[in-house]
Ligand binder design. Structure first.
Ligand SMILES: COc1cc(/C=C/C(=O)SCCNC(=O)CCNC(=O)[C@H](O)C(C)(C)COP(=O)(O)OP(=O)(O)OC[C@H]2O[C@@H](n3cnc4c(N)ncnc43)[C@H](O)[C@@H]2OP(=O)(O)O)ccc1O
Length: 269
């Protein structure tokens, strides 16, 4: 179905994901609201397939939950089937899928509301920007379930909020509010109620208007540079800067600024 420049298309026959497109921004909705968007194998595999074959011409992706919650985490009804080998393979399957999000060619924004629990929080960690509504709450109740994080959370979350806070979350089951999540660096924006998705879409449209090479450098090079030793990091930065500024897109954009054809950088009035 096409409405002006908006397009709606299910990702797969299952309907586990609800995909929409407006101009160069794709919206991926987790679509199991009756199960609070619990992440079963079907939905994880579809996310993986979708991110493996993103349309060439898109500039950003927003991932969100249909209904009142982002995600209640791993579908606990499926984990009971796993022996140790199955558990390992299952966790590694999640890792591959969430890596596709983190190492996506285009920025991914998670629009959060309601429960962002366990594997749902791990999914949000793989995004590049997180926008939270006031209803959002973050928790890692794995200790109560007798399991451990399995979707890359022990690698990604400490890098966002620190090891001590993640330990606190996992050991005490503490639930963080949207504002706490923001103050600890997990969410970058807290919106008014009901505005999370629209704010994420607004950010996505802005991001999609950047030079693709700059976005690519931010996604691919910046995390590596941040973790490299300073000398290696500085060299990588210089190389990336040289590649970006030699691109004809950079030359065109800089010329447009010098000819007063493009917006100035001003604070919001
Ligand atoms: C080990 O290897 C791993 C691990 C992982 C990742 C691990 C995790 O994600 S651990 C965290 C698991 N999640 C939870 O413990 C949350 C459980 N859910 C809730 O607390 C609540 O449902 C709620 C999210 C707060 C919402 O409450 P409410 O609005 O009152 O809705 P309910 O009536 O409770 O739920 C409706 C319906 O949905 C079912 N459901 C909800 N969450 C889950 C879930 N996570 N799994 C399965 N089913 C869920 C609930 O049972 C209800 O079903 P009915 O049939 O009764 O309607 C990753 C990878 C690894 O390898």
């Amino acid at each position: 179905m096409t409405q002006g420049n908006a397009e709606t298309a299910g990702a797969g026959a299952s309907g586990l994901l609800q995909i929409e497109r407006v101009d160069r921004v794709l919206t991926v909705g987790l679509n199991r609201p009756a199960k609070r968007n619990a992440l079963n194998d079907g939905i994880i595999l579809e996310i993986g397939e979708y991110f493996a074959s993103l349309p060439e011409d898109i500039g950003a992706v927003v991932i969100h939950g249909i209904g009142d919650h982002f995600s209640s985490g791993l579908d606990l009804s499926e984990l009971q089937d796993h022996d140790a080998t199955g558990g390992l393979l299952h966790s590694q399957m999640w890792h591959r899928v969430f890596d596709r999000i983190q190492y996506s060619r285009v920025p991914v924004i998670a629009a959060l509301k309601g429960a962002v629990i366990g594997g749902g929080l791990e999914l949000a960690c793989a995004a590049h920007i997180r926008v939270a509504e006031p209803s959002t709450y973050f928790a890692l109740p794995e200790g109560q379930r007798g399991i451990f994080v399995g979707g890359g959370g022990s690698v990604r979350l400490p890098r966002l909020i620190g090891v001590a806070r993640m330990m606190d979350m996992m050991l005490t089951g503490r639930v963080y509010s949207a504002t706490e999540g923001a103050s600890y660096g997990f969410a970058q924006y807290v919106t008014e109620a009901g505005n999370g998705l629209s704010k994420a879409l607004e950010l996505a449209a802005k991001i999609a208007s950047n030079a693709p090479l700059t976005n690519f450098a931010v996604l691919q090079a910046l995390p590596m540079i941040a973790e490299a030793n300073p000398q290696t990091g500085l060299l990588m930065e210089s190389l990336m800067a040289t590649v970006a500024q030699s691109d004809k897109e950079a030359k065109r954009r800089i010329r447009e600024f010098l000819e007063h054809k493009t917006a100035k950088v001003k604070p919001k009035s």
